[in-house]
Design a protein around this ligand. Structure first.
Ligand SMILES: Cc1cc2nc3c(=O)[nH]c(=O)nc-3n(C[C@H](O)[C@H](O)[C@H](O)COP(=O)(O)O)c2cc1C
Length: 171
């Protein structure tokens, strides 16, 4: 896909076909995550990729909105250092947001759907992933081929009107 076509086609996909993602494609998606820019190039992230069904089912329990992780073909977990001050936490979250979008667009480019999930139970996520004490699992990005329909550019996405959101020069 062309980049803009991938941007126009990406949507949250929460129901997946059972077929796995080829290892090369999963690696391309992880490469996109790895290449993501970050504040002062600090790269305060690690990506733990999970494909084992039992582990995916366990991960799906970390938040009530994470059910789709259980049936995903793979889930990339975004792991970050535990930070004490609010400014650092905010900056890490900005960087993780960028990594999320890199992952989602690289997946869309390959016709692979993706779906965010938050993490409420950090202790459970940490124990499932075997994280050290100074790291936490911030987000889950579930991946898989869409069960409903292939990714296609959306003519009318569910968004506030373009002219209401875009301000030119001044508010
Ligand atoms: C920060 C963030 C957290 C999200 N958390 C969840 C979640 O826990 N579970 C879920 O099903 N979707 C989650 N979403 C997906 C949003 O609901 C979705 O992106 C939004 O409704 C727009 O729909 P679209 O992605 O299909 O364009 C999250 C999205 C973002 C950006």
């Amino acid at each position: 896909m062309e980049t803009l076509e991938a941007i126009r086609s990406r949507r949250n996909v929460r129901a997946y076909e059972p077929r796995p993602i080829p290892a090369d494609d999963l690696d391309r998606i992880l490469e996109a995550a790895w290449r993501t820019p970050s504040s002062s190039n600090q790269q305060r992230w690690d990506f733990v990729v999970v494909t084992d069904r039992a582990q995916l089912q366990d991960l799906a329990r970390v938040w009530r909105g994470a059910g789709h992780v259980a049936t995903s073909a793979a889930t990339i977990t975004l792991v970050a250092p535990v930070a004490t001050d609010a400014r650092t936490r905010e900056s890490i979250q900005y960087d993780l947001g960028q990594a999320t979008m890199s992952i989602m667009l690289a997946a869309a480019d390959l016709g692979i759907g993706s779906g965010h999930a938050a993490v409420e139970d950090r202790a459970l996520a940490g124990s499932i992933l075997g994280l050290p004490e100074d790291r936490f699992c911030a987000w889950l990005i579930a991946l898989g081929y869409p069960a409903d329909r292939p990714l296609r550019p959306m003519r009318r996405p569910n968004r506030r009107p373009f002219e209401q959101v875009v301000h030119r020069g001044r508010w």
